[in-house]
Design a protein around this ligand. Structure first.
Ligand SMILES: Nc1ncnc2c1ncn2[C@@H]1O[C@H](COP(=O)(O)OP(=O)(O)OP(=O)(O)O)[C@@H](O)[C@H]1O
Ligand SMILES: [Mg+2]
Length: 294
């Protein structure tokens, strides 16, 4: 797919105008692109042909693919991305692709697509999106990508998380890990000390907590394990910053710390439940106290 500068510009104008319109009317596009009706309609036809926009009797709006294309184009313009490979995973709220960077390094591209399926945002999402009025999938997706990128930057490289490389709109480029989800791996078939692995994971949760973060969606689905037993924790859009969120919610301190306790215990509980299959029986409260202890 090749677009010229005018077509890209028209697409960007539609993106920006969606702040004010659900469907951007033709007159607005003509005005903002400083062109005439005939030329504007011509460009819109091309964008439509490539499925980058949707049309209705009210006007035009960006399609999901249009939003993806804008992010991709930005990465390419920055000379960061050189090729996109196959899909690594389809998550509830995003697609993940293998990519090759211009420096030949392999990496991962994650698109956040909030509201592409049903708009079933978790409590944590709602809390920080609620502030935005007229929220749409576009802004919701960008916000969650920004949030995930921010968290990765705070945690990397102290905690075992993917290296954050770049973020644009709803897309993140991050370091790639050659591993499988813990859920899909039979640890008994790997050359690992399962008890040590369990405690190594707890140690990462503790490090995260010391950096003021609780993952809030930690489970065997969001830990990738390599053949040699090394692992990495992924998927941070729901992470909770202990300090910031406390202020934002304007909650009484006691109530807030109950929230932290709830999410942290749920994360630990998920790990405990998974490792129980391997005969590891540890006490949740003991681990919780170890993590929050100095
Ligand atoms: N850095 C990475 N390296 C290798 N594979 C990855 C990486 N990040 C994600 N993946 C793969 O893509 C899948 C989905 O990624 P991730 O868990 O971040 O998103 P998600 O599950 O869509 O998010 P959510 O849980 O919010 O729906 C992972 O389970 C994993 O298989
Ligand atoms: Mg996931």
């Amino acid at each position: 797919m090749e677009l010229n500068d005018n077509e890209w510009r028209t697409l960007k104008i539609i993106e920006i105008s969606m702040k004010h319109y659900e469907w951007v009317p033709l007159f607005e596009i003509i005005k903002k692109t400083k062109t005439n009706k005939k030329e504007a309609l011509y460009r819109l036809r091309i964008l439509d042909k490539h499925k980058l926009i949707n049309r209705s009797s009210y006007g035009y709006r960006l399609s999901h693919w249009g939003y993806d294309a804008l992010a991709l184009n930005t990465f390419i313009k920055k000379e960061l991305l050189s090729a996109i490979g196959g899909k690594l995973g389809v998550g509830k709220e995003g697609d993940v692709y293998n990519v090759i960077l211009t420096n030949k390094r392999e990496a991962v591209l994650k698109f956040h697509n909030i509201g592409r399926t049903c708009f079933s945002m978790g409590k944590r999402y709602r809390s920080y999106l609620a502030e935005k009025r007229h929220i749409s999938w576009l802004y919701a997706s960008r916000l969650t990508a920004q949030k995930e990128f921010e968290v990765l930057n705070e945690l990397f490289p102290i905690v075992k998380v993917p290296e954050p490389i770049e973020q644009n709109r709803h897309a993140i480029i991050m370091g790639k890990i050659d591993g499988a989800e813990l859920k899909k791996v039979d640890l008994k078939k790997l050359d690992v000390d399962i008890y040590k692995l369990f405690w190594d994971i707890i140690e990462e949760i503790k490090k995260m907590y010391k950096l003021n973060y609780v993952h809030c969606d930690l489970s065997e689905f969001n830990i990738l394990i390599k053949e040699d037993g090394d692992f990495i924790i992924i998927d941070f859009p729901q992470a909770l910053n202990i300090n910031e969120e406390g202020q934002k919610f304007d909650k009484i301190p006691g109530e807030f710390s109950q929230d932290i306790e709830f999410y942290l215990k749920r994360d630990i509980g998920n790990i405990l439940r998974h490792f129980k299959k391997y005969g590891i029986n540890e006490d949740l409260n003991k681990i919780y106290n170890y993590i929050i202890g100095g």
